[in-house]
Design a binder for this molecule. Structure first.
Ligand SMILES: Cc1cc2nc3c(=O)[nH]c(=O)nc-3n(C[C@H](O)[C@H](O)[C@H](O)COP(=O)(O)OP(=O)(O)OC[C@H]3O[C@@H](n4cnc5c(N)ncnc54)[C@H](O)[C@@H]3O)c2cc1C
Length: 393
């Protein structure tokens, strides 16, 4: 049995856990990460899971010396967003120029971001331990009674004593369950269908999203001017239909082409098709004892605005800033929770409002939204707010 004494142990080496590990290590902390998978390899073909990274996320990754590596590996900056409703004239278009920026965000493959974060974390001396099974030997009640004592964790090979325990272990967080931190959730009864689609017309750096009665379909522009990564958030029945077409590339691509109003011309399926269940949830309390939640472990939101990973990177960014400001102990925990919970709830509410504004099939709401979106002046402030959120500020 090997013994490790660290300042922080992080459960979960996804994008958020690894970004936190890199940030803490740069501040001189001894850090261990427990992750059930190996380091993701750089995918040979464009991968299915991508994230539209905001300016704020990219500037965090730049500060960690990770973005310069990710940037050269199939990232696609996009300059504009176009959103429309299948059923009526409601449409919204915004351009990075409107807020004096060169782009709104950049599409990056999750596996690529994780690969380079992992590499930089190891170079900074982070111990990354591959383990599916681990036990928490210091329950939260003990952490609360003896806040200055280390938290002990055991894997098959390691006994780890840590000053802090972070749960960055995703939406089904075991850390959150062990810490008994309650969540509020609702199931969208939708699946997020992802695939890569080759298009006849170039996407011209525009992220497009059409609201269908069964849910939104996003066509995200990749590094290749004729390749879009799609996220089709579809009600369960439609999702089952689409998944049944996964073995019939022409029919699947035809559905995408018709659903997206032929906006990029003829479509071809250029990858496998995968589905992810969609659920909104947030932890009502983000810390207990010496345990703190980050990323999807604390909040997971609808992918319609592509903000889940961005919220997680903002958690990391905030934690590191509060540390730099000299906050410690309960003051640090409370300040972190206050700032990040408020920001996540604003994002969740904005997503729900946007879904209602575009997605609803209620005839009265349809009439109101058609009128509202016909008045460009009236939506200018909403638009500006939305662009700011897309940028991550
Ligand atoms: C279809 C879809 C599209 C999306 N598009 C976007 C987008 O465009 N932009 C965006 O910002 N967000 C997007 N998101 C959201 C984004 O993918 C997530 O918010 C983000 O990946 C969360 O990162 P995380 O590190 O917190 O969690 P995860 O990525 O879930 O990572 C958790 C890690 O913890 C590990 N782990 C879990 N349990 C244990 C355990 N018990 N022991 C050891 N290790 C464990 C897992 O193996 C994993 O590596 C999308 C989500 C979906 C479903």
């Amino acid at each position: 049995m090997k013994r490790l004494k660290v300042d922080s142990v992080i459960i979960g080496g996804g994008m958020i856990g690894l970004a936190l590990a890199c940030g803490l290590a740069r501040r001189g902390q001894q850090v261990a990460v427990i992750e059930r998978h190996k380091q993701p390899e750089l995918p040979q073909q464009p991968a299915l899971r991508v994230s539209a990274l905001s300016h704020r996320s990219r500037s965090l990754l730049k500060g960690l010396d990770v973005w310069s590596k990710v940037e050269g590996f199939r990232t696609g900056p996009y300059q504009a967003m176009h959103v429309w409703d299948k059923d009526n004239a409601a449409t919204i278009h915004f351009d990075a120029k409107e807020v004096n920026q060169q782009d709104i965000g950049a599409i990056a493959e999750n596996a690529v971001v994780e690969h380079f974060l992992w590499q930089v974390a190891e170079e900074a001396g982070v111990h990354i331990i591959e383990a599916e099974k681990w036990q928490l030997r210091t329950p939260v009640s003990e952490q609360q009674e003896h806040p200055n004592d280390p938290v002990r964790l055991m894997t098959n090979d390691y006994e780890i004593d840590a000053g802090m325990l972070f749960g960055a272990d995703g939406a089904r967080s075991r850390v959150r369950q062990l810490a008994d931190l309650p969540i509020t959730f609702w199931d969208y009864e939708q699946q997020g269908i992802v695939a890569n689609i080759r298009t006849e017309q170039p996407h011209q750096g525009v992220a497009r999203q059409v609201f269908l009665p069964s849910g939104p379909l996003a066509l995200l522009p990749t590094y290749d001017s004729h390749l879009c990564s799609i996220v089709w958030s579809a009600d369960t029945e439609v999702a089952a239909e689409l998944m049944a077409l996964a073995d019939n590339p022409e029919k699947f691509a035809w559905r995408v082409q018709i659903a997206s109003d032929n906006v990029l011309g003829h479509c071809q399926l250029d990858s496998e098709v995968a589905a992810f269940p969609l659920r909104m949830q947030y932890a009502r309390q983000w810390y207990a004892g010496s345990t703190v939640l980050m990323g999807d472990a604390a909040h997971s939101i609808h992918p319609l605005a592509g903000q889940g990973a961005n919220l997680g990177f903002a958690d990391v960014d905030t934690w590191l800033r509060l540390l730099d400001e000299g906050l410690t102990g309960q003051r640090l925990f409370a300040a972190y929770q206050r700032e990040r919970k408020a920001d996540s709830l604003v994002m969740i509410s904005a997503m729900e409002a946007f879904k209602c504004g575009f997605g609803s099939s209620n005839p009265a709401l349809k009439l109101i939204r058609a009128a509202a979106f016909a008045l460009p002046a009236a939506i200018a402030p909403v638009k500006r707010k939305f662009v700011q959120k897309a940028l991550g500020y």
